[in-house]
Design a protein around this ligand. Structure first.
Ligand code: ADP
Ligand code: GLC
Length: 506
């Protein structure tokens, strides 16, 4: 790939306008497992508002939450077949309206990849032996679509392991196509805990004829191909979703075996904090909660609290502090710390705990058992519900997120926007977005503990519960959080600058 020809780039109001192909495995609200979905719809919309031209490529999953009539096949993208070694895969591109922007006509162009063989199945991710092939197809489809449109993106923006092979594919399978001579790649790591590690026997499917040497040779000898590691090796720029996590993943404690690759690329690794989508997560306009509210009128928040307690089937005394949780139930989120602390707190203090989540059985059992033992105090909605997520954010007083590690985390930001005070561990994006409350100065937006121990969590919850007893102080910490700006404007500017720098890579 050669140097960017700056003379061919468009300038509007002195800003560099770029073509960006954003390829991702999740997209809110149509296909969501976690925060990647939220980021994949809000960031491209913010970039488009900043003037860039975005094409977004997402799989057409069976469970896509969009009515079929809204999607239409794109003529130029009919029956595209790719060779994946022993397999020939055919996909079709479908156009679909963009959900997040006020005027969908102005939104990025959203293209769904329909390949029933790989995506017409239950769920978004799975553990079948062709999981690698599903996202290899997505990655190749991102590139093939650009070819059909004869559209040369300045930037291919890849996200997590699912699309991390794109930089390698551009250097190998698509190396022949001069269309991409000036294209550059950005890989965002949303969670280094998931790397897409597969047995080396998948090699023929990658179609790398003559380029196998570009794979990590020691891994290959050990019989492995790691998609995320390959992306780290070949992306022009690597980002992750908070500055603290960017530092942490270069260490053995957080790098999950990729710390050395990241250290090698440290000058190309940047931490950009996620934003929140102000159209979706805004207590003034939120249509999913019964009572809208703002920092100037907090009374309706109490009505939401009453409604939440009733919906969760717990005692509706709104003077008792209510702690909320909305989460994938995985060890990442720090639930192990709750095993000792939460039962003991429920015994000692008058509080309510409302939990929305699904995931690992041991945590499902834990919250089910708490519900059984303390039916007046604990509500547990086992499942996935965007509506309940909004209600928990709006109706709780505090939000519990004691993560073991957290690349960014969105719920602690949604919480602050909704006047729900976060109790978090000082790690990753939680450290960058929640400031410890200081009763002396009245500064701070939450309660933060440092070490991943039950003692730390117990201390932080008790601190929060004590401050809650003083309404004047509590009001202060609530207002501090609500006044913060978590919008995507600044992160979108940071991505724009980084894209421009990336274009200068030779
Ligand atoms: P992660 O991506 O690691 O799960 P984030 O905090 O970045 O964590 O994002 C999680 C997103 O998923 C948030 O939008 C949160 O509201 C949503 N979410 C998680 N679990 C559920 C659930 N059970 N029901 C509805 N939304 C959920
Ligand atoms: C990942 C992380 C989470 C982050 C989200 C969006 O799922 O676990 O911390 O907020 O991606 O970037």
């Amino acid at each position: 790939m050669s140097h960017c020809n700056w003379e061919n780039c468009n300038y509007t109001k002195n800003k560099l306008i770029m073509n960006i192909c954003f390829v991702t495995s999740e997209f809110a609200p149509y296909a969501k497992v976690g925060g990647l979905a939220d980021v994949s719809s809000a960031l491209p919309a913010a970039l488009q508002r900043a003037g860039h031209k975005i094409r977004l490529i997402v799989p057409y999953y069976r469970d896509l939450k969009v009515s079929e009539e809204l999607t239409e096949p794109i003529e130029e993208l009919a029956n595209i077949t790719i060779d994946a070694g022993p397999e020939k895969l055919t996909f079709h591109g479908y156009r679909c309206p963009y959900p997040q922007t006020q005027d969908p006509a102005d939104g990025p162009e959203l293209i769904l990849i329909k390949c029933d063989e790989l995506f017409d199945r239950k769920g978004i991710y799975g553990d079948s032996s062709d999981e690698f092939l599903r996202f290899l197809l997505l990655s190749r489809a991102g590139i093939e679509i650009c070819q059909r449109f004869q559209w040369a993106p300045d930037i291919f923006h890849c996200n997590d392991w699912q699309t991390a092979l794109i930089p390698l594919l551009l250097r190998s399978v698509y190396d022949w196509d001069g269309l991409f001579n000036d294209s550059r790649t950005v890989l965002t790591i949303h969670n280094i805990g998931h790397q897409g590690g597969f047995p080396a026997r998948i090699l023929p499917y990658l179609n790398l004829f003559g380029y196998e040497h570009l794979l990590h040779q020691d891994d290959l000898k050990d019989g492995l191909i790691n998609f995320l590691k390959t992306g780290i090796m070949y992306a022009d720029t690597i980002t992750t979703v908070s500055p603290t996590y960017a530092t942490q993943i270069q260490t053995s404690g957080y790098g999950v075996g990729l710390e050395n690759e990241l250290l090698t690329r440290q000058h190309d690794l940047h931490g950009i904090l996620n934003g929140i989508d102000n159209l979706e997560w805004n207590p003034k306009t939120d249509a999913l909660i019964p009572f809208q509210f703002s920092v100037d009128d907090l009374r309706p928040k109490l009505e939401n609290k009453q409604h939440l307690l009733t919906e969760m089937g717990v005692d509706g005394d709104i003077s008792a502090p209510t702690l909320g949780i909305v989460s994938r139930l995985t060890s990442q989120k720090g639930f192990d710390l709750m095993f000792d602390v939460v039962p003991e707190l429920l015994q000692r203090r008058d509080l309510r705990l409302v939990v929305l989540g699904s995931g690992q059985q041991k945590y499902v059992d834990f919250f089910s058992e708490l519900r059984r033992q303390y039916p007046d105090k604990v509500g547990f909605y086992h499942g996935f519900s965007n509506e309940v997520a909004h209600l928990v954010e709006a109706g709780s007083d505090m939000f519990l997120m004691p993560s073991q590690y957290e690349p960014c985390g969105l719920n602690q930001m949604y919480s602050q926007a909704y006047g729900t005070v976060p109790i978090v561990r000082k790690t990753g994006g939680l450290a960058d977005t929640v400031q410890q409350y200081d009763p002396q100065t009245g500064d701070g937006t939450g309660f933060v503990f440092e070490h991943f121990t039950s003692t730390g969590l117990r201390w932080a919850i008790n601190f929060a519960l004590d401050v809650f007893e003083d309404p004047r102080q509590w009001q202060q910490v609530v207002v501090n959080g609500m006044q913060k700006d978590f919008s995507w404007r600044t992160p979108a500017e940071q991505y724009s600058k980084l894209y421009a720098q990336t274009l200068q890579h030779t």
